[in-house]
Write a protein that binds this ligand. Structure first.
Ligand code: CA
Length: 228
């Protein structure tokens, strides 16, 4: 069965280019050139994924996403320019959604589309669950449990926890964490790693009176199995 992608992008040249690339990959593409039409089309169903520009006439991409989420769980990849809006996007709790900063390499967008679609169709039993003591992290579903209780994390908190869990007992430097979670080209505050480690500790270590995340002074952070 063909995979159908809804492309919401007002810049004609970009839209045309993306459409051709997506079709070349074998996807069926429908286009909308403003937020309102994009939202209506997405809500009407029948698509497997939405590629959604943020700066759109009539209704911006963030508003489209917010309204769409009231009725649909279709995966969305946001396209954003590197500006003030990007911070807003980066701060969103995006669940299984993703975003890319313009300009981007088309190969990267195609790769992310493949990953997103694969996650959507993977049977639950095949999904990797990382475990550390009483902590469980379901990578594909972006879900975390401590002692069987669900823990609610934002998108970035989750990515940070995932990175630490994938490297259990290995100390990761702030630079490594910054690069893996926020990307090579992150331009914001450099203490963002420490800030997010603090958020994670509040939700895990503090909330469950345990010790999971360790600071290694002068080096970075590590997740270790709890002492029994
Ligand atoms: Ca635009």
């Amino acid at each position: 069965m063909t995979t159908r992608i809804l492309l919401v992008e007002d810049e004609e040249k970009i839209a045309r280019f993306l459409e051709l690339e997506l079709q070349h990959e074998g996807y069926e593409v429908a286009k909308a050139t403003n937020g309102r039409t994009g939202l209506e089309m997405a809500e009407s169903g029948g698509y497997d994924l939405v590629v959604l520009d943020v700066m759109l006439p009539q209704l911006n991409g963030l508003e489209v996403l917010r309204r769409l989420r009231q009725s649909s769980q279709i995966p969305v990849i946001l396209l954003t320019a590197r500006d003030a809006v990007m911070d807003k996007v980066a701060g969103l709790d995006m669940g299984e959604d993703d975003y890319m900063t313009k300009p981007f390499a088309i190969e990267e967008l195609l790769a992310r589309i493949r990953v997103t679609l694969r996650k959507k169709t993977e049977p639950v039993s095949k999904r990797p669950v990382l475990q550390c003591g009483k902590l469980q992290v379901d990578i594909a579903r972006h879900q975390v449990w401590y002692d069987q209780e669900p823990v609610s994390l934002t998108y970035k908190e989750f990515l940070l926890l995932q990175t630490l869990m994938e490297n259990q007992d290995i100390v990761l430097s702030r630079d490594t964490l910054l690069e893996r979670v926020w990307g090579f080209d992150y331009m914001g505050e450099t203490n963002v790693v420490d800030v997010y480690i603090r958020y994670l500790r509040q939700k895990l270590d503090d909330a469950y009176s345990t010790k999971i995340i360790y600071t290694v002074r002068g080096v970075g952070y590590v997740i270790k199995g709890e002492p029994s």
